[in-house]
Design a binder for this molecule. Structure first.
Ligand SMILES: [Zn+2]
Ligand SMILES: [Zn+2]
Length: 281
C-alpha cells in the first residue's frame, strides 16, 4: 500500500527517510522549510545530495511537500499578497531542488472580500507564478479545505473554477483531505455515501485529478466547517468511510498520508497506519 504520514524534517530534510522507515511508511509528506515562517535559508549542496542518497536507499518511495501556512494567494493586503507570491516561488524552487513531484497548497482566504473575488485572485496569482517559473516541473495540488473562516476550496466547484482558469493545466491537480471535505459537508461515513461523494467529485472535477490523499478522521461533525484532524476511526467519519476509500481500486496507486495527532514519539502514527492497513480486504 502507498501509505504513510506527514513527517518532520527537523535536524535536516534528509532525516525524513529514516523516520519514515521507522514508521514503516512508503509514502510521506514533508514541509520544505519551517512551516510557520515566511522564508528559511536555502538548502546547501550537501543537504540536497544527502537527501537523494537517503531517498535512493528507500526506493520505491513517494515523497511530497505541503506549503507553509502563512501563504495566502488571495490576501486583500497587498504586502501579504506579495510576500505570499515570493514565498510560494521559494517553495516551488525548494521542491525542484529536492526533485519532488507534488506540492500541496491551501488555495487561500479572502478575508471577507468575497469568494468569487478570492477564486479569481488565486487563479491569477498561480498563473503568474507558473508563467514566471516555466522551467520548473513540480505539480501544484490544490487541497480540499474545511471552509473554516473565509478559506476557499471547501466546495468541489470552487476548486474546479480555479483549475478552469489555469493556463498550464498539466501543472495542477487536487489533494483530497478526508477530514476537510467531511467538515465541509461531504459525507463518506458509509460505502454508499462514499460512492456518492466520489461520483460528485468525478462529475465536477474528475477523479483523475486526485494525486494525493490526506487521511484524517474529523474531531467535529459533518458540515461543522471546523478543521480538526483526529485518529482514524475515532472521529465522526469512522472506520466504514476509511474502509471504502482504502479498498477503492481506482486509488490503489495514489499516495495516502496521515496528518493526525502523533502522540508520544509518533506512537499514534503507527497505530493509525495499522488501523488503515487492517481495513484493506
Ligand atoms: Zn493542508
Ligand atoms: Zn490535509
Amino acid at each position: 500500500m502507498n501509505l504513510g504520514a506527514h513527517i518532520s524534517i527537523s535536524g535536516g530534510v534528509y532525516k525524513c527517510f529514516a523516520r519514515a522507515k521507522e514508521l514503516g511508511a512508503n509514502s510521506i509528506q514533508i514541509f520544505v522549510k519551517n512551516n510557520n515562517r515566511w522564508f528559511s535559508k536555502p538548502f546547501t549542496y550537501q543537504e540536497l545530495e544527502k537527501f537523494q542518497i537517503e531517498r535512493e536507499k528507500h526506493q520505491p518511495f513517494s515523497v511530497n511537500a505541503h506549503n507553509a501556512y502563512l501563504i495566502n494567494l488571495c490576501s486583500p493586503k497587498t504586502d501579504i499578497e506579495k510576500k505570499s507570491i515570493s514565498a510560494m516561488k521559494d517553495e516551488i524552487n525548494r521542491c525542484e531542488q529536492l526533485k519532488l513531484h507534488y506540492l500541496v497548497i491551501h488555495p487561500g482566504s479572502h478575508l471577507g472580500i468575497g469568494e468569487r473575488w478570492g477564486i479569481n485572485k488565486i487563479a491569477q496569482n498561480l498563473n503568474r507564478i507558473i508563467e514566471e517559473m516555466a522551467e520548473t516541473k513540480v505539480k501544484i495540488l490544490l487541497e480540499t479545505t474545511a471552509g473554516q473562516g473565509t478559506n476557499l476550496g471547501y466546495r468541489f466547484e470552487q476548486l474546479r473554477d480555479i483549475l478552469d482558469i489555469m493556463k498550464y493545466k498539466e501543472r495542477f491537480g487536487i489533494c483530497y483531505d478526508t477530514c476537510h471535505t467531511f467538515a465541509a459537508g461531504y459525507d463518506i461515513t458509509t460505502t454508499g455515501k462514499y460512492q456518492q461523494v466520489m461520483n460528485q467529485f468525478d462529475k465536477i472535477i474528475g477523479l483523475d485529478h486526485i494525486h494525493l490523499f490526506h487521511l484524517n478522521d474529523s474531531k467535529y461533525e459533518l458540515g461543522s466547517r471546523k478543521d480538526r484532524h483526529f485518529h482514524i476511526g475515532a472521529g465522526y467519519i469512522g472506520l466504514e468511510g476509511f474502509r471504502a476509500l482504502i479498498n477503492d481500486k481506482r486509488f490503489y496507486n495514489i499516495p495516502m498520508v496521515l496528518e493526525t495527532p502523533k502522540g508520544e514519539n509518533g506512537k499514534m502514527d503507527k497505530i493509525n497506519l495499522k488501523t488503515l492497513r487492517d481495513l484493506r480486504k
